[in-house]
Structures are given as C-alpha cells and as structure tokens.
Write a protein of this length. Structure first.
Length: 271
C-alpha cells in the first residue's frame, strides 16, 4: 500500500488510535528516546532518528497555504509514499502531514501578525510545528509547542532549522485536562476527530478561557466530527481559505479550511 493510501488510513483511523493516545498516554515510544515533559533544542537529537527523518522526508514549501514556511513532509517523492506502512519504524507519522486546519491557522497568523505579536502562544497538537513557526515568525513573545509524539518533537526542531529559527520549547505529554496555563492564545488545528477527545478539548479550553481569559483559535476544514460537535455553536468564523489543489487531492477533495474563534457563552456552566 502506498503512503497516499496509508495517509487515509491515518486520517480515518485517528479516532481508534491517535485519539486514544491523547486520552491516556501510556508507555514509551519504540525509539531510543527518553520520555520527557519538556524538551528543547538544548537536548541532543538522536542522530539515528535525525538521519532517518532527513533521508525519508522531503523539504517542501509548495502545495500548501504557507509557502513562506519550509517543512519536512512525506510526499510522492519519498520512499514511504510507496513502501508498506508497517516498514515505518516510529509509529504513525501524523506529524509528516500538513493538515488543512493547521494550514489555515498558519496562514492567518502570517497575514495578521498582530494576533500573536508580543503574546504567549500555545500550539496544541502541533504536529510538524508549522503554526508554532508562524507564531515565531510573526513576533510572538513566547511559543510552546505540544504534541504527544516525541518524533514530532524532533521534526519540529528540524523544521525550525529549515526556517532559520531558534527552536521553541516543546512539551511531549498530554496536557488536556491539566491545570489551565497562563497563555494569551491557544491555537489548535484538526483536533476534533474523536468525540471523547473533542469533549475533553471543549471542557479544557473553556476552563482556560474562564480562568486565564485565554483567546482560542481553531483550524478545521469542516469535518463532520467537528461540525456536529456541541462546541461548534460557540464558534465565530474568522476567515475561510481556499485550499491549494495539491492539498485538496490529499484530503479527499476538501476545498477550503476555516479559522474559528472559540467564544463560549457566559451562561455555560462553570468548569
């Protein structure tokens, strides 16, 4: 099975695999990687994993909404676009796909730097790190990227290097349902793919807004799980972007992606 087909297994199977990891992170990755809560560029990168990622991803800035950002992604020119997915040694590479919701968030931040300039930003479920990179490029005073996959953490560091940026801190743990951090802005894209995870996000984000007055921006191309969730009634549409043809082809014909502002009603019950 080529990676293009595998990508759709990743997308369709998120609710059965990756979502479970968000709900309850147990055990460690199969790679030689220490479990950690916080990781920064000061920690050495595993040279074996770095070499593998550099060999099996392509540096690209085309086919998505942010040509200003160079990323290491899996593309048709990569070996694992054609190889059987079980030959990939490091778990499902969700981070190697630039999902439409993340593209919209990153484009919006680059076009509207005032949204992040001088502010602290948490990029939740950061993946390849593109939205966190856009925040740094646009003048955010502090950026923290969060993803439960430690390989995504390394990919983010490599992508910072590609864009001539000092790597930002990365948290490799499930922070949903933790104490509300003191962030000016939380951004998250393509995270509403599982009902239980979506419920947890709804509760936690609402708590962050209530306790810390955090602003929340959500990127999503309009997937059914997102549009049908109760959080949708608390969203304000900020902007809609037409997706490039390549992204449309790789996302089952989705044609656009939207940035939403989460503005829960004051009448909602306390968290």
């Amino acid at each position: 099975m080529a990676f293009r087909g595998w990508k759709w297994l990743l997308l369709l199977g998120r609710q059965n695999t990756f979502a479970k990891a968000w709900r309850s992170r147990r055990g460690g990755p199969s790679v030689r990687w220490k479990r950690c809560c916080h990781w920064s560029a000061s920690k050495s990168l595993d040279p074996e994993v770095r070499a593998f990622l550099e060999e099996n991803t392509e540096v690209t800035s085309s086919g998505h909404l942010t040509p200003e950002i160079r990323l290491r992604l899996l593309t048709p020119r990569c070996r694992f676009w054609r190889e059987k997915p079980d030959l990939w040694p490091y778990g499902d590479p969700f981070w190697a796909i630039y999902w439409p919701g993340g593209q919209a968030l990153s484009r919006y931040i680059l076009d509207n730097p005032r949204v992040v300039k001088g502010r602290s930003v948490l990029d939740l479920g950061s993946g390849c790190g593109a939205t966190a990179i856009a925040a740094v490029m646009s003048g955010a005073s502090q950026v923290l990227a969060n993803d439960i996959d430690p390989i995504a953490g390394m990919a983010m560091i490599l992508n910072c290097e590609l864009n001539h940026l000092n790597p930002f801190p990365i948290t490799i743990k499930n922070i949903i349902n933790s104490e509300a951090g003191n962030w000016d802005l939380i951004v998250l894209g393509d995270m509403f793919y599982d009902e239980q995870l979506a419920d947890g996000l709804h509760h936690w984000l609402r708590k962050c807004i209530r306790i810390q007055q955090t602003e929340v921006l959500i990127g999503d191309p309009g997937r059914h799980q997102f549009l049908s969730h109760s959080i949708h009634s608390q969203l304000h549409k900020v902007i809609e972007y037409s997706l490039p043809e390549y992204t449309r082809q790789e996302n089952n014909g989705l044609t656009s992606s939207i940035v939403w502002s989460y503005q829960p009603s004051n009448s909602l019950e306390n968290c």
